[in-house]
Design a protein around this ligand. Structure first.
Ligand code: FAD
Length: 653
């Protein structure tokens, strides 16, 4: 709190206070308010609600899955991406459905506007612009937050989503200064207060590239990359949509991205700056994301490569600003200037904003309960970058999770905990609280052992019913979901009950659809299991069969479902073709569930567990896992140790 701050207690009390209006904070506040909790969103600046600190893009592999899950639970990110996406792509479109992922290049102004509109129109939600400098505690319980000018807001719970702002420090070459991100103040007092509370904490770093003025780029020297749904795109006829409530008409004008590349001159320029790099000279201590490295890190680690692709991504429809994806850097500005100008098309590029790295405090997520409430302070929840993650999508998913659990806590209800086989959200939460982080954590499909059933396409079928029960899903979404779910069930049942025989299908038609003459009778669902058989081809076969046996009114196909045709057919085809694998995965899930959910008493004395090694005892005592499943995923906890724990639990009765 500033020295001149005079205490004033705000007259109304809240159920949930969310600190921070980034991707975690906005989803947290919206979720709590949707559930009927009286919610206050306190943030530095109303103008930066939903701001994208780095590249203006939403989704990608693993991340798109999280966006769809947030959306299935009534969240904002998918709809905001649909309203602001200026280039959409389905990544991995030629691979299996589990790893297909949606990515949208967003107009950052339109994205922010969409998020702000949703916040301003959300009942039960109040916005307030002011830095939070302190938390109000009574014993080991949080009871509110105090702003920079001494306004005390009382609340039953507080969700902290401070992003990269806690004691943030920006580095450009050997120069550095305190900031939350470029152009925004750091949260220094709050950082000091949290350190005083002795919550386990560390430092991480992330970085961003210089931004370029598109008018100074010669795009004729670059390769155009049109999006899906536009001529020349990988899937010209299929413009993706993020939200289950979204549609193509919501998308603004679609435009292309461009590709250039680094070369040996670029790499020489970058190496010439190593002696003034804050990373290589030890000025930055925080660990950065290994899979999203700065360009200097790439040149240093992959010295044998003499070129890297750089994607030139427009930041919006009403700006010339371009984001050069692939040259995130904290090298001195003169090196940034020269390295940018060494690439084809960028010879005269003007830099609008320098690239930089930022170091910030994060809190060890192993100190959180599985609801994201801190173990140390009752009612205090953490979500987003503060938990050691990176990425808007990871932040949004955590925000929604912490917000809904804070609302449940305020209503004295049990926490909601999605399992690893139910949602990427379950994987994210479980990974963080059991394994912690050694570098900024981002989502990958490889993190999910049950990924065959955790697909983007079925996120609503996995989560919307839970969302409805929790009060997160409004009537419009619920009605649309029920229509879709019922249509899928009805069509699958119809296919299973519809039979075709060699008598009713001509040899020619059978060869067209199946590649050979039909030998037996089949139901249509079984035929759809075959890899090369499509739903559309089957409907042709059925029409022929119906005509042959002169069915006056053939069974209704989902051609009549209009807007539901695509999603229903997609779901039915995936379920039919992958049902063998999916069923096997379900069996595995069922087998593991019993042990997974076995609760470990909070006061369990691991020294009393016979035959456990000293190291395992120490680890379990430190992490205090809440279930046997969590214990099994802590690094260094072997299957043998899990068996010993199980025997001990059985003995305890
Ligand atoms: P933020 O989006 O940082 O939002 C935090 C919010 O809290 C802000 O609104 C802030 O004003 C507010 N706040 C903070 N402290 C207080 C306080 N005391 N009082 C009131 N309000 C407060 N992600 C990627 O996936 N890939 C990248 O390459 C990438 N690069 C990045 C580069 C940079 C330079 C930065 C800054 C971030 C980068 N990110 C990247 C990360 C991405 O921006 C974050 O993961 C994401 O924004 C985190 O969301 P959040 O809601 O946790 O925090």
């Amino acid at each position: 709190m500033s020295e001149s701050a005079s205490p004033y207690t705000y007259p109304q009390e809240f159920d949930v206070i969310v600190v921070g209006g980034g991707h975690a904070g906005t989803e947290a506040a919206l979720a709590a308010a949707r559930m009927g909790s009286k919610t206050l969103l306190l943030t530095h600046n109303i103008e930066t609600l939903g701001q994208m600190s780095c590249n203006p893009s939403i989704g990608g592999i693993g991340k798109g899955h999280l966006v769809k899950e947030v959306d299935a639970l009534g969240g904002a990110m998918g709809l905001a991406a649909d309203e602001s996406g200026i280039q959409f792509r389905t990544l991995n479109s030629s691979k299996g459905p589990a790893v297909r992922a949606t990515r949208a290049q967003a107009d950052r102004v339109l994205y922010k506007a969409a998020v702000r509109r949703m916040l301003e129109n959300q009942p039960n939600l109040w916005l307030f612009q002011q830095a939070v400098d302190d938390l109000m505690l009574e014993g080991d319980k949080v009871v509110g937050a105090v702003t920079q000018v001494g306004i005390r807001f009382r609340s039953r719970t507080v969700v902290l989503t401070a992003g990269t702002f806690l004691d943030g420090r920006i580095h450009v070459g050997l120069n550095n200064y305190q900031a939350g991100r470029a152009g925004d103040p750091p949260a220094v007092s709050l950082s000091a207060r949290l350190k005083e509370l002795q919550l386990p904490q560390g430092r991480l770093k992330t970085g961003t590239p210089p931004r370029l003025d598109g008018r100074s780029i010669d795009f004729s020297k670059c390769t155009e990359q049109p999006g899906d749904g536009t001529p020349g795109g990988d899937n010209p006829d299929n413009l993706p949509v993020f939200s289950f409530m979204g549609n193509r008409a919501m998308h603004p004008r679609q435009i292309s991205c461009w590709i250039t590349h680094t070369n040996t001159t670029t790499h020489d320029i970058i190496r010439s700056g190593f002696d003034r790099s804050p990373m290589f000279t030890g000025k930055i201590e925080g660990v950065g994301p290994r899979y999203c490295p700065s360009v200097e890190d790439k040149i240093n680690r992959f010295a044998d490569k003499d070129s890297h692709q750089i994607f030139l991504e427009p930041e919006g429809l009403t700006t010339h600003e371009v984001y050069p994806n692939g040259i995130s850097t904290s090298l001195p500005f003169d090196v940034q200037y020269a390295l940018v100008r060494s690439m084809p098309g960028l010879e005269n590029a003007h830099i609008i904003r320098p690239g930089y790295a930022i170091e910030y405090d994060y809190y060890d997520p192993r100190a959180l309960k599985n609801s994201f409430e801190t173990r140390q302070i009752q009612g205090l929840f953490f979500a987003g970058q503060i938990n050691g993650t990176t990425g808007y999508e990871e932040a949004a998913a955590q925000g929604l999770f912490a917000g809904l659990n804070a609302a449940l806590h305020a209503q004295d209800k049990e926490a909601w905990l999605p399992r690893r086989d139910e949602a990427y959200l379950g994987v994210l939460v479980d990974d963080l609280i059991t394994k912690g982080v050694t570098e900024p954590y981002r989502m990958f499909t490889s993190r999910a052992e049950f990924r065959l059933q955790l697909r983007e396409d079925n996120a609503d079928l996995r989560l919307t019913e839970s969302g409805r029960r929790l009060g997160l899903v409004d009537d419009a979404r619920w009605d649309a979901f029920c229509r879709k779910r019922d249509a899928i069930d009805a069509e699958a049942a119809r296919l299973k009950a519809t039979w075709v025989t060699p008598r009713t299908v001509s040899k020619q038609e059978s060869e067209r659809v199946l590649g050979k003459a039909m030998e037996h009778e089949y139901n249509l669902f079984d035929l759809l299991r075959r890899p090369a058989v499509t739903y559309k081809a089957l409907m042709g076969m059925q029409a022929e069969a119906d005509a042959k046996v002169q069915i006056a009114s053939p069974a209704v196909s989902c051609e009549t479902l209009a807007d539901l045709y695509e999603p229903v057919v997609e779901q039915i085809e995936i379920v039919a073709k992958y049902s063998g694998y999916i069923d096997r995965q379900k069996e595995e899930v069922e087998k593991s569930l019993h042990f997974e959910n076995l609760l470990l008493p909070e006061d369990l004395d691991y020294n009393q567990v016979a035959a456990l090694s000293f190291e395992v005892r120490q680890k379990l005592t430190k992490h205090r896992p809440q279930t046997l499943g969590q214990a099994s995923r802590i690094s260094g906890i072997t299957p043998a140790a899990v068996s010993l724990l199980l025997i001990h639990l059985k003995k305890m009765g």
